[in-house]
Design a protein around this ligand. Structure first.
Ligand code: HGY
Ligand code: MN
Ligand code: MN
Length: 405
């Protein structure tokens, strides 16, 4: 828990937790995590996407590798447990297994991904997509809000962009990917349970929506002649909210809005919105996107505006592997814990890793289901139960001849 407080103190904004991909804060956190990995007896390397990799070879040479990971980047003004808990907990589990003299028949690599949140750059899951070998061709050219291309940010971070595509793993060499993460929802707390086994991760799509009207003098342009991009965008935000409220199993969020030129006495000529839309059912999400597209176009037509919806990210829903679900359930049972099965509304690196290998996830109860907020909180006892469940999963279940894959 102290380690999570220590990571939480590495931030670009004093007094809150904000640590974005490839920043100096990411570098500082990666170096601290690398030290903990070394203390746990793991061989440490850094891949060309900025991921810290801690490896323990298996007892059998040439054995395949089980990947265990999560992310150490955060949203703005984040909590201390989203992502970091899974990395710190995996390192602790490996350190404890070493202390107990347990050697696994397969290799294990703990991965501390640097870009799960996708807050700095418009695309997200860059570091896990690099491992999975599914990066978009244009990925090196995407730019952050200051116009810095990913290629330049990687170089400044100490990575060689030319090697980014070589991070991809051989699927034949990987047993699977397991992640421990806070639930970021209220279910486990409502059930009075410390841990849960994830059944599926909701797919998500993100868009940049550009609304264009005509800038003008706030004092002289008559109301009927205005083509106010910000007022139009505001109506669109409410249309998105209404459509999502009316669609079961779908959530949609406009998290950011920017008006240009952005002055108190100027009618906005341009407004930029972000849209995040999710559903565990891909068809529901696709239909929701179509419906939003139509609604925004009709609002724009009525207001003599133009609207352009550009997709910046999309990942289909990911179903967790049945063998991982049963192995994690057996491990929880062995500790006398209930292995409550539940889907994840939040996105995770497993959405990318499923393209490489089977995935499994273990959730940890979090207070009030709060996340992406400084009030994010977990109980040390629940973290200990999750750590022991992961260890049980690694030792007893996987070495009882019931090979994972
Ligand atoms: O947005 C998400 O669901 C994740 O926290 N990145
Ligand atoms: Mn997360
Ligand atoms: Mn998050």
């Amino acid at each position: 828990m102290g380690r999570l407080d220590q990571l939480g103190a590495i931030t670009s904004v004093p007094g809150e937790v904000t640590r974005l991909y490839l920043t100096k804060e990411h570098r500082a956190a990666a170096d601290v995590v690398a030290g903990w990995m070394r203390d746990a007896g793991l061989a440490v390397s850094h891949d060309a996407a900025g991921t810290v990799v801690g490896r323990a070879d298996g007892a059998t040479s040439g054995a395949r590798t089980l990947l265990i990971g999560s992310h150490i980047d955060t949203v703005r003004n984040a909590g201390r447990y989203d992502g970091c808990l899974g990395v710190v907990l995996a390192i602790e589990a490996m350190a404890e297994l070493r202390r107990l003299g347990k050697c696994l028949p397969f290799a294990v690599e703990v991965l501390a991904f640097g870009d799960e949140e996708g807050v700095r750059f418009p695309k997200t899951l860059t570091s896990s997509r690099a491992v999975a070998g599914t990066l978009d061709d244009d990925v090196l050219d995407i730019k952050d809000a200051d116009g810095v291309p990913l290629k330049e940010a990687l170089t400044k971070f100490g990575c060689d962009p030319a090697k980014l595509k070589k991070v991809a793993r051989d699927p034949g060499a990987v047993l699977g990917y397991v992640e421990v993460h806070i639930e970021q929802g209220p279910v486990l707390e409502a059930e009075g349970l410390p841990i849960g086994v994830v059944t599926a991760i909701s797919g998500a799509n993100r868009f940049r929506i550009e609304v264009t009207g005509k800038a003008g003098h706030a004092g002289t342009v008559p109301m009927p002649q205005r083509r106010d991009a910000l007022a139009g965008a505001a109506e669109m935000v409410l249309a998105v909210e209404r459509m999502a409220r009316e669609t079961a199993g779908l959530v949609a969020t406009v998290g950011q809005i920017t008006a240009k030129p952005g002055a108190v006495n100027v009618v906005a000529g341009e407004a930029i919105l972000t849209l995040d839309i999710r559903s565990p059912v891909d068809r529901t999400r696709r239909r929701g996107i179509q419906q939003i597209d139509q609604e925004l176009r009709s609002i724009a037509r009525r207001r003599h505006l133009t609207v352009n919806m550009v997709e910046t990210y999309g990942e289909k829903s990911a179903t967790c592997d049945q063998r991982f679900i049963s192995h994690l359930t057996t491990a929880a049972d062995a500790l006398g814990q209930t292995a409550y099965g539940l889907p994840s509304g939040a996105g995770h690196d497993g959405l990318a890793m499923i393209k490489l290998c089977p995935i499994g996830m273990l959730f940890v109860r979090c207070k009030g289901g709060v996340s992406h907020h400084p009030d994010e909180a977990v109980k040390a006892d629940d973290v200990e139960i999750a750590t022991r469940t992961l260890m049980e999963f690694l030792v007893r279940v996987c070495t009882t001849g019931r090979a994972i894959a």
